[in-house]
Design a protein around this ligand. Structure first.
Ligand code: MN
Length: 348
């Protein structure tokens, strides 16, 4: 049974998001007894952190809450410290047509994997996201491509829901914020993100603990896989409009030999992107299904998000990805053709 919550929208904290339908979002939440949450497949810190933060808040407001993500249904090792995981259920246990579904950090239905069908049949769909390449799905959309993380929007939604920032909720939001700002290093980081970090620390977050869990620990086998990936890396100074491209691959056999699961490879790109001679860095990771997931980063001069959209993927201007099959060198050929320096002519 839902405990009615006396709610008064506190209004905006600042001048961000004048166009977002916060009232519509609160209405959807208020009207639902049971709420299903889903984040994107192979969740990162922002996807899972945002979802678990909101899930705990909604449970605290008397809602029945089910949270999940599409197969493969495995929480990455680096995110198992996040509180609220008792609210996670296998994707197959979500109702086929949820009363209200809330998606987090997913630009489009395809990012939900098997849960796209549930989202398509949901009576109401609330989309909370910060990707520019999405659009067109959701009954109400709380989407800001300028937000550094989905967690930033979830923090505002939580405030408007009148819920307190408990230590557990704050830890989830901090994991999302720190993940998508690269520990407050990426160009998307704003003073408002630091204000949010300050509020989360006041709520009890220990930044050293979160950082260690997210980035600063790994089994020895990971270091060996990383060493192999760096040894295989190729630098192409003339690629990416002359700004330089560095790329490497991690095949399934490379990680199987060291007992490293696919979801532990997220940090490899952060080593490769240090390369001074390359604007664009790329890691091709072979999935358990033998496709290649291609992670791309730029330093701000080339919009790799648009490049990935051309190849069927998506993301942000400085961090994006697409999935492809075939030989990695052919995949890099296709990518090279769509990487353009600013001001250069479109080929053909
Ligand atoms: Mn995100």
């Amino acid at each position: 049974m839902t405990v009615p919550v006396a709610r008064r929208d506190p209004g905006p904290r600042d001048d961000r998001w004048p166009g977002l339908d916060w009232a519509g979002a609160l209405e959807l939440v208020d009207a639902a007894d049971e709420i299903c949450l889903a984040c994107h497949i192979v969740p990162d810190g922002d996807a899972l952190g945002s979802m678990l933060a909101l899930a705990q808040v909604l449970r605290g407001q008397g809602k029945r809450v089910l949270a999940s993500f599409g197969e493969p249904y495995t929480v990455p090792a680096s995110l198992r410290f996040l509180p609220g995981q008792e609210l996670l259920v296998e994707p197959g246990l979500l109702p086929a047509a949820p009363e209200l579904m809330i998606t987090l950090d997913a630009a489009g239905p395809d990012r939900l994997g098997s849960l796209a069908a549930n989202a398509g049949r949901a009576r109401a769909l609330l989309v909370v996201d910060h990707h520019a390449s999405g659009g067109g799905f959701g009954t109400v959309r709380l989407v800001d491509p300028a937000a550094a993380a989905t967690a930033v929007l979830v923090d505002e939604l939580i405030r408007r829901l009148g819920a307190p920032l408990t230590g557990d909720v704050a830890q989830c939001l901090y994991a999302g914020l720190a993940s998508d700002t690269g520990s407050f290093k990426y160009p998307c980081t704003t003073s408002q993100d630091h204000d949010l970090a300050g509020r989360l620390l006041k709520a009890g977050v220990r930044p050293d603990t979160v950082s260690r869990e997210l980035w600063d620990r790994a089994p020895f086998g990971y270091l060996q896989v990383l060493a192999g990936a760096l040894a295989r890396a190729r630098l192409e100074r003339d690629a990416a409009g002359g700004l330089g491209l560095v790329w490497t691959t991690i095949g399934r056999a490379d990680r199987d030999a060291r007992g490293v699961p696919y979801d532990q490879l997220e940090g490899v790109i952060d080593q490769l992107r240090r390369t001074d001679e390359a604007e664009v860095s790329v890691v091709c990771k072979q999935t358990d299904e033998n496709d290649w997931y291609v992670s791309i980063r730029s330093k701000g001069h080339i919009d790799v998000g648009s490049a990935c959209v051309e190849l069927g993927g998506g993301g942000h201007s400085t961090a994006a990805a697409f999935t492809a099959s075939g030989d990695p060198s052919d995949i890099i050929d296709r990518l090279r053709a769509v990487l353009r320096a600013p001001g250069s002519e479109r080929p053909e």
